[in-house]
Design a protein around this ligand. Sequence first.
Ligand SMILES: Cc1cc2nc3c(=O)[nH]c(=O)nc-3n(C[C@H](O)[C@H](O)[C@H](O)COP(=O)(O)OP(=O)(O)OC[C@H]3O[C@@H](n4cnc5c(N)ncnc54)[C@H](O)[C@@H]3O)c2cc1C
Length: 606
Amino acid sequence: MRVCGLPQAWRGHGTWRILDTDFGCGQRFVALWQQWAHDPAAPRILHVAALATRLPQLSSLHDVLRAYPALADYTDELTRQWFGWLPGFHRLSLHGGRLHLTLCIGPPQQMLRQLQFAADTVLLGMGPPAGTPPAPDALCDIWGAKGLARLCRRGTRMALTGVRPSPPMIDMLVQTGFTEPQAHTADTGADTPQGEPAWSCEFQPRWQLNRTRSAAQPAPVAAGHCVVVGAGIAGAAVAEALARRGWKVTVLDAAPAPAAGASALPVGLLLPHVSRDDSARSQLSRAGARLTWQTVKRLCSAGTDFDNCGVAELAIDRVRRLPADWPPQGRSWSDDTLPPQVAQSLADAGAPTGQALWHAQGGWIRPQSLVEALLAHTGIHWQGDSQVHHISCVDRIWHLWAADGTPLAQAPHLVLANAGDAPRLVESAAEAVPGITGLAPLTGLRGQVSWALHHPLDAAAMPRFPVNGAGSVIAHVPHPSGTAWYAGATYENANAAPEGPAPAHAHNQAQMARLLPASQASLAPGFETGSVQCWQGTRWATGDRLPLAGRLHAGDQPGLWVSTAMGSRGLTYAVLCAELIAAQLGGEPAPLPHRLARLIAASRAR
Ligand SMILES: Cc1cc2nc3c(=O)[nH]c(=O)nc-3n(C[C@H](O)[C@H](O)[C@H](O)COP(=O)(O)OP(=O)(O)OC[C@H]3O[C@@H](n4cnc5c(N)ncnc54)[C@H](O)[C@@H]3O)c2cc1C
């Protein structure tokens, strides 16, 4: 890596962003990881976005990792995340969440177009191949060179490895703003095998970089102070994503304790969405599920706070089908063949399994435990009993006020993650700073869950994994007084007066009778004697049922960000939205291709 000035170049920076145009068998990435992990002056965050037409098998990756025993403590987390490589972007969070690897699987030029960041270093060329020959010279035409140039800032160093720059290639690089490649050998200090030269060049266009380019890629913001309003899963996830990057974060909430809104849900499902055309929603759900499981596994206790045990989805309320050309790697996410023990357990519960899916990457999570774990980061200051009434802005600093005029907090960056109240606070901010984009209106949907402690007899009649399809049933969840089951939930207009728990229990019981008839029969006495309890909360959703995440300010206006409208899938979306916001703020590669990030942009049309 000395060819491109590393490690000296990254020293003194908080974040370093590398674009690797060929992940190959992972050797280059692992070498970088080792160098970064053992450099005391290395940046806090290293981000590698790597293109690949296909990824190596886990066994070949293990061969590479074996050569780096100093990383042994961390390699388990890499191998645990090594699954489900469908085309598109996959974000892996490694080394305690400080090393981000964004794998972009697909035709290289298409993948380049979906990236939005300014690389500090570019590694161009072929890594050792991942079992099949890489796409031939996919980036060595003028469009490839332009695509690379778009992702460089002035001064980005590019190393050319495994490729000898031909005269036409040198021409294209120079035309697109790079200096003429210089050769380096081991004799001149390059870390290349003896006798094999490597080349490097720099992005130094002779012209001024235009304004449209900087509007699409605003300058990265250095870690500073940020206020987050709302301590549900959305706010806690943003706070932790920023704190991990070195930010000082103040989290305000109207309630005296975190997770007081919908995130007080006792237990919720996390599972990928499936559709015949593998819709954007399905792709977003997989990106979210991958990131949430990584976070939960890093911060929470397995078996107590979560169980990545898989989820069965039955075709009762709607039929969900896998895409016709669903490849084998997709089946490690969702499969239409049930594992034998799952099929048996569903049959014992009387479930209609005619058309069923098994989501191996599904499971249950306690949102409250996740929120507490996220807010435990030392960079986060929690401030309860702080209902934000309005917002003002003086000298580019946001000021947040209580209804009686008491100042609550101030900071140059503000993230609104206060669920259904976010549009009101955005209006207040827009009064203070004209030009701030308004937020799409949100609809409140009240939901009620029925739950009770297990009796030994009903526990035996219930599957050990969650079942979804007509509401959902989650059983065998640890509880301070034993284990509990949860069924629901209802969907009610939040503006209508609540009906009380009886109709909700009746609804949830009827749904369970369709989903797991035999299990429901064993729970019926509890409903009759009134020992079943009720939890209720409100989900906030947009018209298109996708979250609102990202920037609402333009250009050099004070930084206003939003993460809300999690709807019925906050456990899937909140961490994804948080990583997207942190990436946009810090100028890092996003966890999503640009076309998907646009679909959930907070500034999208109202
Ligand atoms: C019955 C039910 C079942 C659900 N099941 C699932 C499931 O199985 N899987 C799943 O993924 N999702 C599920 N959800 C959805 C999930 O719970 C939500 O999407 C998620 O919790 C929303 O998180 P949030 O942080 O956006 O909002 P919230 O958790 O509501 O947090 C918003 C916070 O903002 C605070 N706040 C609001 N206004 C202000 C203000 N002006 N000043 C200061 N603080 C303020 C509130 O006090 C609150 O703490 C379910 C929801 C319900 C209701």
